[in-house]
Design a protein around this ligand. Structure first.
Ligand code: NAD
Length: 225
């Protein structure tokens, strides 16, 4: 696996060693774990034998009941710890101790809602939370800090979009996700945190946010196929 700095790839080192004294393979921090992608990710990490610390503040952008339902089966699993808390407020020092990989999924989603008076939560959850989390790892970098970015950073860039296409977001949401990418680059360059940016295009499946157009479009097809 590779990370990118200034468009140039660099290798990430992956140890296969099991930490001694641990019954789990690795300790992973997955935030946004009550959300759609984060809850599936936590499930897969637990299936693979890893210990998972999940953090989510249950932003009421869509049903918090749905988010609690996403977390409920995870709470039954060995190796899973759920912390209901906001990355902007909680004490991160104890949380980041011994973390091997970070999956930063937590974000305020939604393109349309990011305009006008709705903008400030995007700064809080997508920019400040990302900066705080990166800062917490400056003295104890994980093997990789994996940031969930978005195709929204591309805006209407010509197809095909690729990693070296110049990002030109067309929404405040896209701008906030791109700001998170820049923070990853800054913390890599200044503190050596091995950051990886993944630009998700539309993700869909069970548990996806009812606010995503893809949920209305694809899930009925999945149910009938
Ligand atoms: N689903 C998609 O199609 C898609 C596409 C592009 C990018 N992404 C990105 O992928 C990631 C996951 O998306 P998703 O669809 O699962 O979104 P989601 O809204 O279902 O999950 C995000 C979770 O993050 C939590 N969260 C937000 N701010 C937080 C904070 N400050 N502290 C703790 N928890 C916080 C929310 O409560 C929510 O449960 C996001 O970063 C999103 O921007 C998703």
């Amino acid at each position: 696996m590779q990370g990118y700095s200034d468009g140039k790839p660099y290798a990430l080192s992956w140890s296969k060693q099991k930490p001694s004294g641990s019954t789990f393979r690795y300790k992973r921090l997955a935030e946004g774990t009550a959300g759609f992608v984060g809850s599936h990710l936590a499930e897969r990490l637990l299936d693979a034998g890893h210990e998972v610390i999940g953090v989510d503040c249950l932003v009421p952008y869509y049903s918090t009941d749905l988010k609690r339902r996403n977390v409920a089966p995870l709470l039954e699993r060995d190796g899973y710890t759920f912390i209901e808390g906001d990355l902007v407020d909680i004490e991160l020092g104890p949380l980041v101790q011994g973390i091997d990989l970070v999956f930063h999924q937590a974000a305020q989603a939604g393109v349309r809602a990011s305009w006008g008076a709705g903008f400030s939560p995007y700064i809080r959850h997508n920019v400040i939370a990302t900066q705080r989390l990166l800062e917490a790892f400056t003295h104890r970098p994980p093997r990789a800090f994996i940031y969930a970015s978005s195709s929204s950073v591309y805006g209407n860039s010509p197809l095909p979009m690729c990693e070296d296409t110049r990002p030109q977001p067309l929404s405040p949401y896209g701008m906030s996700k791109l700001a998170g990418e820049h923070l990853c680059t800054l913390y890599h360059q200044n503190f050596g945190i091995p950051t990886v940016v993944l630009r998700y295009f539309t993700v869909y499946g069970h548990g996806s946010a009812p606010t995503w157009p893809s949920t209305a479009l694809f899930l009925p097809c999945c149910a009938t196929s």
